[in-house]
Design a binder for this molecule. Structure first.
Ligand code: PLP
Length: 452
């Protein structure tokens, strides 16, 4: 930090503060973690200075031999860890990984047959008229994904996201009574809509998914199954999700982030079957430019860590701790979406405390509990204010928290929420944003969390 401070002291200071904040608060954001020193250090190396557009052994720049080593190792660890025929380590983020996956599927399923029809090898060989027809065809495809308020991600066909614009999209939700995925309803929607792509996976669904069933549905309607395991990749890597709950054997294309439960650097990755491998391998130049070689190196280090036996113990603890947290909430009378959890996250309905998600999130932050507000199914408060708070256990599990600590976390959270009242607007009306946290609650929560 002294080296950084000698150039821009305010960045050194912000970095110091970030470390202090992350050490002194209860980090319960389901998509966050604490990467190891080895992973963090690997990101700060000279690989950051290297351009390497292309793929392993086939670059558009000279001098990429060391990047080739790095990318090949990241891919090898990913293939071995997840039992995938092919892995692509270049995407800079989860969104990039999904874009690579979408365009690979379009290239394989739409562009490939089109080029064959015209007996040409590349789109560059098409006449202007045929090219325009292909562009129209690419833009005329359908995607079925999980809706945002049921727990899906923006990139799963949400209209404001590019995925909802580049595809004709429809969304599946969850059962209004149980909050659980209803596979018969997904099947019925797929039969009617006949999508090219079905996306499974989630950001805020607190249950496991049966990927064998999702593949069965995809096969029935001729769709490609894409699974976005960004949130639960650590549970797949750690063999907590096996059999029908392991997406990799069932998905044609699997995408992930590397920084959530997988505990690596901030980034993305795509796994694929042999069939889809050649089109995924064209991620650059299709969607990506130069890869972040320093981050690919850190992915290789994180994946090597995830192949150690201790990672399986860690992953099991993530799931056990989520259950402890959920039980802690339920035993104190709180309402959870789906009534509990069997993955790494818990979705608390804060409307029973008379609060919006926004109010609850802010009051918890005052007390040193870092979470994020989240929509719940059929949320009356919409995606901005929301009625839910999402909790995840990966980060605090890395800090060594177990059953007793997570039960205490539930106690602290319920204490804060019970002592928070909705505030009023400047004009004196009801507010969905402002809140009043009773005196002394923040201090006692901070003090309790420092003891854990
Ligand atoms: N996919 C899912 C399921 C996610 O939850 C997220 C991020 O929260 C992403 C993709 C996007 O990842 P990133 O923020 O790295 O682009």
């Amino acid at each position: 930090l002294d080296v950084i401070a000698s150039v821009e002291p305010r960045i050194a200071e912000a970095t110091r503060k970030e470390l202090a904040d992350q050490r002194s608060s209860l980090k319960l954001i389901a998509s966050e973690n604490y990467a190891s020193p080895a992973v963090l250090l690997t990101m700060g190396t000279w690989f950051s200075d290297k351009y390497a557009e292309g793929t392993i052994g086939h670059r558009f720049y000279a001098g990429c031999q060391n990047v080739d080593t790095v990318e090949a190792l990241a891919a090898e660890h990913a293939r071995e860890l997840f039992g995938a025929p092919y892995a692509y380590a270049q995407p800079h983020s989860g969104i990039d990984a999904n874009l690579v996956a979408f365009w690979s599927i379009l290239a394989h399923r739409v562009e490939g047959p089109w080029l064959e029809k015209f007996s040409v090898k590349s789109v560059n060989d098409l006449s202007e008229a045929d090219w325009e027809s292909l562009r129209a065809e690419l833009g005329n495809q359908r995607l079925l994904g999980m809706s945002l308020d049921a727990g899906g991600h923006l990139t799963h066909g949400f209209r404001p996201n590019i995925s909802g614009k580049m595809f004709h999209q429809q969304q599946y939700g969850t059962d209004p009574e149980t909050g659980l995925l209803d596979y018969d309803a997904v099947r019925a929607k797929a039969r009617e809509f006949k999508p090219l792509v079905i996306v499974a996976g989630y950001s805020a669904y607190p249950r496991r998914v049966n990927f064998a069933k999702m593949r069965e549905i995809a096969d029935e309607v001729g769709a490609t199954l894409m699974v976005d395991m960004a949130h639960f990749a650590g549970l797949v890597a750690g063999k907590v999700f096996t059999g029908d709950e392991d997406p990799v054997p069932f998905a044609h294309v699997t995408t992930t982030t590397t920084h959530k439960s997988l505990r690596g650097p901030r980034g993305g990755m795509v796994l694929a079957t042999e069939e889809f491998a050649p089109s995924v391998d064209r991620g650059c130049p299709m969607v990506l430019g130069g890869p972040l070689s320093h981050v690919m190196a850190a992915k290789a280090v994180a994946l090597a860590e995830a192949r150690q036996p201790e990672f399986r113990t860690y992953a099991q603890h993530i799931a056990d701790n989520a259950k402890s947290l959920a039980d802690g909430f339920l035993s104190r009378g709180a309402r959870l979406v789906t009534g509990g959890t069997d993955n790494h996250l818990v979705l608390l309905d804060v409307s029973s405390f008379g609060l919006t998600g926004r109010q609850a999130e802010a009051a918890l932050l005052d007390a040193g509990v870092v979470t994020n507000r989240n929509s719940i199914p059929s949320d009356p408060n919409g995606a901005w204010y929301t009625s839910g708070i999402r909790f995840g256990t990966p980060a605090l599990t890395t800090r060594g928290f177990g059953h007793d600590e997570f039960d205490r976390v539930a106690e602290l959270v319920v204490d804060v929420l019970r002592n928070t009242q909705p505030g009023t607007t400047k004009a004196g009306g009801p507010s969905k944003a402002s809140y009043v946290l009773a005196d002394g609650v923040a201090e006692r929560t901070h003090a309790a969390s420092q003891e854990m």
